[in-house]
Design a binder for this molecule. Structure first.
Ligand code: AMP
Length: 424
């Protein structure tokens, strides 16, 4: 008996996006691109791998992402450590610095769309390869650009008929005021020692802020009375946060201030935000972002402020208003050819029609008319063109409207133009 050949499955937490599903992804990406372009953003494409150090330095050594979730390996035996990107901001900053994109004008708006990799526990709405739509604005200190980003997010969700969105904002302060908050938080954490998980016990001295976004239920319960950052803001941060709120209200963007919102990356300063939706279940965050004023400098660039967001594209496709099946394009015409000679002609017409923007399909095998009609039906073709030896002899082919069942005879001469005229 022959050895059974084992089929190779995809990796856990990874997925295929199949035809029939991909149309919705394309529609969302198209809507996002067009909105970004209207707001003056330019696309930037960054690599999928970077030196590990880039992520460790920007996201933070004590974060879940860097500690546990990155796909990191040596480039070759003994080579540099490289990492599959877990997020885009660090790479966009690296690119901005490396190519001195600030030289002519430090104010730059970028967007990028692509896959990210985090070795998290897979579940609904959480994958190991997932996709993000990212936007970053560099070189502007004003809170108005944070508001612009939030405005773009809520506009995009409304264009995609995503309902139930809930915008939460907070301020994380700056290097001026955060130390005072950190001291208060550390004092509070010392009093909680035995109630915290082992990660938090380890992190509380090195990076107490990380304890605030620990997902372990007992840690969350223990943190309900923790000091909150907005109570410790310096006057400049306070003013920044006030203006953010006033400008959001002026644009009629509903929001709530969530004093517990810290987000899982170290680089955030001042305004941070998250958009949640009740349509998603447990993984309810659909987008998040905020200001990261110190990051470009920390990565070896000039002292330039920055702010940005990331949308979870996988989650967005799960709740966007459009139905993927409505977006699938079916052939305008199916050419049913009978016999070798007809098939050669059909093939020429098929190519010419496709070039003219008419979605055409044909049967390449030697199949009966009945089976070809069945296939045309299965593909959802709007019309069928029938060509056989008789048709060639008479110089006319039959065009059938699959919905009305009407049939018209059209001359073979200039058949492509004739078909275009009939079906448009
Ligand atoms: P973050 O980069 O962690 O701020 O995440 C931004 C957005 O990306 C989140 O709001 C989610 O919608 C999405 N996201 C993050 N991690 C995952 C994941 N593992 N699977 C699917 N979506 C994710």
């Amino acid at each position: 008996m022959g050895k059974e050949i084992r089929m190779i499955q995809l990796i856990k937490g990874f997925k295929d996006i199949l035809p029939g599903e991909v149309e919705l992804w394309q529609q969302i990406e198209k809507t996002a691109r067009s909105l970004f372009e209207d707001f003056g953003f330019k696309e930037i494409r960054i690599p999928i791998m970077e030196r590990t150090e880039l992520f460790a330095r920007s996201i933070g050594e004590d974060t879940d992402i860097v500690e546990k979730e990155m796909y990191t390996f040596p480039d070759r035996k003994g080579g540099d450590l490289i990492t599959l990107r877990p997020e885009a901001t660090a790479s966009v900053c690296r690119s901005y610095i490396q190519h001195k994109l600030y030289a002519t004008d430090p104010v730059r708006k970028f967007y990028t769309i692509g896959p990210m990799f985090r070795r998290e526990r897979p579940q609904k709405g959480r994958y190991r390869q997932f996709y993000q739509i990212n936007a970053e604005i560099f070189g502007v200190d004003s809170p108005l650009v944070d508001v612009e980003l939030i405005f773009i997010l809520v506009t995009l969700f409304s264009k995609l008929s995503v309902s139930d969105v809930n915008t939460r904002i907070n301020s994380l302060g700056c290097p001026e005021c955060r130390p005072m908050f950190k001291t208060a938080l550390s004092d509070f954490l010392t009093s909680l020692n035995e109630k915290l998980c082992s990660d938090c016990v380890r992190r509380k001295d090195r990076n107490p802020l990380r304890v605030l976004d620990c997902k372990v239920p007992s840690c969350r319960a223990a943190m309900t009375d923790a000091p909150s950052i907005p109570d410790y803001l310096c006057p400049a941060c306070d003013q920044h946060f006030e203006t953010t709120q006033t400008a959001l209200s002026a644009l009629n963007v509903p929001f709530v201030v969530d004093k517990g919102l810290v987000r899982g990356l170290d680089y955030y300063t001042r305004t941070t935000f998250e958009i949640q939706t009740s349509a998603l279940g447990a993984q309810n965050a659909i987008a998040g972002g905020g200001r990261y004023d110190g990051l470009i400098k920390a990565l070896g660039g000039p002292d330039i402020p920055a702010t940005g967001f990331a949308i979870g594209l996988d989650r967005l496709t799960e709740i966007a208003g459009s139905n993927s099946t409505d977006l699938v394009k079916t052939p305008d015409i199916f050419i049913a050819a009978l016999g070798e000679k007809s098939r050669s002609l059909a093939f020429e017409w098929n190519c010419a029609l496709c070039l003219e923007g008419v979605k055409a399909e044909m049967e390449f095998g030697d199949k009966s008319l009945k089976s070809q009609m069945k296939r045309a039906h299965r593909l959802g073709a709007k019309h069928v063109l029938i060509v056989g030896d008789n048709e060639i002899r008479e110089g006319k082919v039959m065009l059938r409207d699959m919905k009305t069942k009407d049939q018209v005879s059209i001359p073979i001469e200039q058949v492509v133009e004739n078909i275009k005229a009939k079906i448009s």
